[in-house]
Design a protein around this ligand. Sequence first.
Ligand code: SF4
Length: 215
Amino acid sequence: MNEHKSYVIDQRIERTIANLTKNNMLACYVKTKEDVIPKVLEYLKDGDTVSCGGSTTLFETGIIEYLRNGKYNYLDRYDPSIPAEKMDELFTKALAADTYFSSSNAITEQGELFNIDGRGNRVAALLYGPKSVIVIAGYNKIVADAKAAFARVKETAAPANARRLGYKIPCATTGKCMDCNSPEKFCCLFTLIGYQLPIRKDRIKVIIVGEELGY
Ligand code: SF4
């Protein structure tokens, strides 16, 4: 990457990490996606019950595959042997996990995590339940503020995810939000996670990666 552009991105990352830290989240930076698993291992121990939210970033960083190594009690939402009607059971168990993995649809420079959800299991776990939450996000998820986060989700994350999941909703075709009322609409719940109470300090760990990841 061009050094001047790289400098601007580095400054943005630094501001974001400083404000996440002020908000009592344990934020750090790793340079590449290959650095993510060694970092994550600092927060995990063998035998932990772990689970995750739906995420392209978790696939791209190898986390989903890594959690299947047998060292953990992994509640695997991507296990094809689990029938759809049992998924809510798994999602409910995940709320009591030792560690929950997710990305974030956007991260503001003010140190906030912005997410949308359809069913609500992912945002619920981010908010409360799992003892520890590890959020992994490429630098491309950083935006100026909550307004920009909302725009990012509507203009980029939702349409790209709609295509990934094969949903027949308008943004999957147009590539931008059409304010639909489709039955398959998945941008139903919006959460902005900011300051964490001191008793919850460092429950949420945020690993920002110096590469573009996810949508
Ligand atoms: S409201 Fe509909 S069109 Fe807009 S992002 Fe959500 S699912 Fe896509």
